[in-house]
Design a protein around this ligand. Structure first.
Ligand code: NAD
Ligand code: MG
Length: 395
């Protein structure tokens, strides 16, 4: 009989959070939800509390906590409401929790993920920004805290599944030549280049294969998502930029591959449904039902293309930021968040996203971050620079 795993789900109301709860609900004998967190969508959070009966529900703002308390009371629930970043850290580190699903979007996910690492939790990491911003410090915290890191991002989960179980940070020792990181190419892969500057947020968010939050959908359109994933792969698998090759595979059936010295390429395939990587990590090392249907292979073609940096300048910016290292990946991430938010709000065009990030990168402080505070400062500076660039464009 497997021990019941106690879970904290950070970002419970988001796409990953909802998919996680879907898998969890299929295995009541295996999982117990202890804490759910969200920053908005309180009604949805209440419904989740009704279904999963967590001990804690955490929101960011005090005003949201007041509203949530009254909604929970009306629903006759005893869930305790906490708020603020310290509360997010608390539910990520508390002793009764075994596993933390880190599925907050953006830089806001960093501190709770760090808290889980220091506390030695099993961390199911969806929040790639944690590794992009603070890869070195986060991996150190994971090692020092004795935490276990399981990647949720479908590509990294696929790579994890395709590496030998004994992999311990040395790709060469396992006979690995390259990591082949697949990308769908997003909704604008074949759009005439001249039309790119005029695409709308709705078009950018209409991903051909995956249903995701808005920010990551825009990142998929620009391929910044793949750029962030290259940096994520660097930290998770101790891979140099030269060991990571991005392969456009529009069907999103192969979720990534590992190329070995003997010529073998091991891949993980499946329907594009995040419940597969989530179930893999929740059940690890066992396989559990995820609710995802069996992959239908007949009548399908699988194709591969090289990425084009003229169409996807953000991918190049990410490779360059990784090669230069230090604070630059954090700056890249912060400026991208500002640029994507401005694009979604109609303040800048799609074609302004990459120049905006370049502007912030050119002004960034270089050098290795000594502490989380250094990164927070670089992040804040990058946000100011990116905002300045947006204002200049508007003027
Ligand atoms: P989402 O926007 O759907 O959900 C984000 C969740 O975080 C929500 O619960 C929201 O309330 C919460 N949140 C937002 N801002 C917050 C803040 N400032 N403080 C605390 N909580 C906050 O996002 P998503 O698509 O579920 O993605 C979550 C993370 O997983 C991202 O880092 C994303 O890159 C990564 N990821 C997502 C997918 C996917 O298929 N959706 C795939 C791979 C990786
Ligand atoms: Mg991914």
């Amino acid at each position: 009989m497997t021990k019941v795993q106690n879970l904290t789900i950070l970002g419970a109301t988001g796409t990953i959070g909802v998919n996680t709860l879907d898998v969890v609900a299929r295995h009541p004998e295996r999982f117990k939800v202890v804490a759910l967190t969200a920053s908005s969508q309180l009604e949805k959070l209440v419904t989740q509390c009704q279904q999963h009966q967590p001990r804690y529900a955490v929101v960011l703002e005090e005003s949201a906590a007041v509203r949530l308390r009254s909604l929970l009371l009306d629903a006759g629930l005893k869930t305790e409401v906490l708020f603020g970043i310290e509360a997010l850290e608390f539910v990520s580190a508390m002793p009764e929790v075994d596993t933390v699903m880190a599925a907050i979007v953006g830089a806001a996910g960093l501190r709770p993920a760090m808290a889980a690492a220091h506390a030695g939790k099993r961390i199911l990491l969806a929040n790639k920004e944690t590794l992009v911003m603070a890869g070195s410090l986060f991996m150190q915290a994971v090692a020092a805290g004795g935490a276990e890191l399981l990647p949720i991002d479908s590509e990294h989960n696929a790579i994890f599944q395709s590496l030998p179980r004994e992999f311990a940070g040395d790709l060469a020792a396992c006979g690995v030549r390259r990591i082949l990181l697949t990308a769908s190419g997003g909704p604008f892969r074949t759009l005439p280049l001249a039309d790119l500057p005029h695409v709308t947020p709705d078009q950018a968010c209409a991903h051909p294969n995956w249903v995701m939050g808005k920010k990551i959908s825009v990142d998929s359109a620009t391929m910044m998502n793949k750029g962030l994933e290259v940096i994520e792969a660097h930290w998770l698998f101790n891979a140099t930029p030269q060991q990571i090759e991005v392969v456009i595979h529009p069907q999103s059936v192969i979720h990534s591959m590992v190329d070995y010295l003997d010529g073998s390429v091991i891949a993980q395939l499946g329907n594009p449904d995040m419940r597969t990587p989530i179930a893999y990590a929740l059940g690890f090392p066992e396989r559990i039902d995820s609710g995802v249907s069996a992959l239908e292979l007949f009548g399908r073609g699988l194709t591969f293309e090289a990425p084009d940096y003229t169409r996807f300048p953000c991918l190049k910016l990410a490779f360059d930021a990784l090669a230069q290292g230090g604070m630059l990946p954090a700056v890249l991430n912060a400026a991208n968040e500002v640029a994507v938010a401005a694009f979604l709000a109609g303040q800048i065009g799609y074609g302004d996203i990459a120049p905006n990030i370049e502007y912030a990168l050119a002004r960034a402080i270089t050098g290795e971050p000594g502490s989380l505070e250094d990164l927070v400062e670089a992040d804040a500076q990058a946000r100011r620079d990116a905002a300045m660039h947006i204002q200049k464009r508007a003027a």
